[in-house]
Design a protein around this ligand. Structure first.
Ligand code: ZN
Length: 259
């Protein structure tokens, strides 16, 4: 059986939470050993911690998403910082920059992103980065603030091949692709192909971006195999070997003590 980690699934969405037990069983049946749930603000950070205490396979990233910066305060960051010592916290995030939904808070987004980078360095935890129409700025902020110590993931990568190269040249940075790599109009095959094997992680971004043939449904971790099959097909890689490598990469970033 292949060993898989879904590094990004928002399992606290009501439509997933209502059948969480079945979703986790289907995940296990498909070789998924661990799932990381990323928070988007203080409230979800607290909620997710409870979920991880109830289910052994669940872990979490806690932090403030760029889309939630507008409604969040510095006090929320302080509160999140207090939660980091919890044993199920494996990363800070998701943070990053989003210029697609709301451009009026770009400076506050940058400030919160940098603050969370400092916390990640301080606690020696990886950072989970969301970008939308903002990849270049996010890469620059990481480069200027990483201090040689920061490690992390550019999740649901949607940048250019040049930006991919910039990220993979940063030590200890990884990328992952979502179910949209299976869509007919997906134009990112060359980027999936160009990503070095040692820099690839796996994720679903559940409940969003379900892969073919589940489009129109809510995404869930077990569907990750469809995305991974497509990635190995695009790259012309041996499926089992690719999964083994991706599993190792995920441990290396989020569970370094286990290897
Ligand atoms: Zn997310």
């Amino acid at each position: 059986m292949n060993r898989i980690i879904d590094t990004h699934a928002h399992l606290y969405y009501p439509e997933l939470l209502s059948e969480l037990k079945d979703i986790l069983n289907r995940a296990k049946d498909n070789g998924i050993e661990k799932i990381i749930i990323p928070a988007v603000n203080l409230e979800t950070s607290l909620h997710i911690l409870k979920l991880t205490e109830e289910h052994e396979m669940l872990y979490c990233a806690i932090g403030i998403h760029p889309g939630d910066v507008k409604e969040s305060s510095f006090k929320d960051i302080d509160e999140i910082e207090k939660l980091i010592s919890h044993e199920k916290v494996v990363a800070i995030g998701e943070t990053g920059l989003d210029y697609y939904w709301d451009k009026s808070f770009i400076e506050k987004q940058k400030e919160f992103f940098k603050l969370q980078i400092e916390i990640a360095k301080d606690k020696n935890l990886p950072i989970v980065i969301h970008t939308r129409d903002s990849t270049e700025d996010a890469i620059n902020i990481v480069r200027e603030n990483r201090n040689g110590r920061l490690k992390g993931q550019f999740h649901c990568f949607s940048g250019s091949i040049e930006q991919l190269k910039e990220i993979t040249e940063l030590k200890n940075f990884y990328v992952s692709f979502c179910g949209n790599v299976t869509y007919k109009k997906n134009s990112g095959d060359d980027i999936v192909k160009a990503c070095p094997e040692g820099k690839l992680l796996s994720e679903t971004d559940s409940p969003f971006l379900p892969p073919v043939p589940y489009r129109g449904k809510k995404n869930e971790p077990s569907y990750i195999v469809k995305t991974l099959e497509k990635i190995s097909e695009i790259r012309n890689d041996d499926y089992d070997k690719l999964l083994e490598k991706i599993f190792y990469n995920s441990l290396e970033l989020f569970f370094p003590k286990s290897i």
